[in-house]
Write a protein that binds this ligand. Structure first.
Ligand code: BV8
Length: 236
């Protein structure tokens, strides 16, 4: 299956990569399904929400401060580096990610659509003015209107950034190959994107079970290991 997918990539004139939290676990960032220690027992789906921003700001802020702190130790892994090299070699047209950690850009990818925003930049929840990360980490309030600060992530209940969504939607529709890597495809509307693909649709994930109807290939494994294997074929 690896060889077949590698040949599809080799002959593709437009390849899109769609990644989720499973792309970052090998960089030490827990995905949304695993309750890693520092998330205590909170389910991120109950904190990464507009309700908790409005109604439980102390927990909301602590949840994001912990994740921003953990990000300071995280760095891109081999799989991220391979995707960056594929972009440089003209093998990848776009990386669209649900991740908010900025690791694709840190690895060198220039063209990244952050469908769920990012955690590394901060704004005022009310007047939207930008603020520094340290302001947020020190529990400061907006210097203009004194309201709460928040990261530029897309919370559950918020619309996705129009430009990133439109760009990804169009590119997926016209792609020859779409690689879907490290996502449970549980989150809407990103989980609708694979259905829009008209080219070859490939699922690379640790668990291959649900949501995989309509895929042309499924490869069970870690993102890092599978990307290394694919890259070996592409570098022949
Ligand atoms: C919207 C930023 C409308 C925040 C995130 C009921 C039914 C259906 C839908 C809904 C519903 N109720 C509400 C909704 C809509 C809701 C939704 O989908 N909810 C889900 C929980 C059912 N969606 C929304 O609210 C979206 N907005 O619909 O807006 C609207 C329109 C107009 C105006 C107003 C509103 C917004 C969704 C975005 C939420 N924000 N992130 C933050 O990060 O703090 S989503 C968050 O979830 C992250 O982005 C994360 O990426 C994502 C989780 O999904 P995955 O990436 O797939 O991660 P997961 O852990 O689930 O899976 C990881 C996979 O990787 C696993 O399969 C694992 O086995 C695998 N894996 C692990 N390690 C590896 C690996 N694979 C390979 N290698 C490894 N090493």
């Amino acid at each position: 299956m690896i060889e077949t997918v590698a040949s599809w990539l080799q002959h593709s004139t437009s390849t899109v990569i769609l990644t989720g939290a499973g792309m970052s676990t090998e960089s030490g960032i827990p995905d949304f399904r695993s309750k890693a220690g520092w998330w205590k027992s909170v389910d991120p789906r109950t904190v990464a929400t507009v309700e908790s921003l409005a109604g439980n700001y102390a927990l909301f802020r602590e949840f994001y401060q912990l994740r921003i702190e953990a990000l300071e130790q995280a760095k891109p892994h081999k799989g991220h580096e391979i995707l960056a090299s594929w972009e440089q070699r003209g093998l990848v047209a776009l990386v669209a990610t649900q991740n908010v950690d900025g690791l694709h850009q840190l690895a060198g990818n220039k063209d990244v659509a952050e469908l769920h925003g990012n955690i590394v930049t901060i704004r005022c929840a009310k007047c939207r003015k930008p603020h520094s990360k340290s302001h947020f980490m020190e529990n400061a309030v907006c210097t203009y209107c004194m309201h709460h600060l928040r990261p530029n992530v897309v919370l559950f209940g918020e619309a996705l950034p129009q430009e990133a969504w439109n760009r990804t939607f169009n590119t997926v529709q016209s792609a020859d190959v779409v690689l879907v890597i490290g996502t449970s495809l549980e989150v809407y509307p990103v989980n609708q994107l694979p259905k829009m693909a008209k080219g070859k649709l490939v699922y690379i994930n640790l668990e291959v079970g649900t949501h995989t109807q309509g895929f042309d290939a499924m490869i069970q494994g870690t993102a890092g290991a599978v990307l290394v294997q694919l890259d070996a074929f592409l570098s022949r």
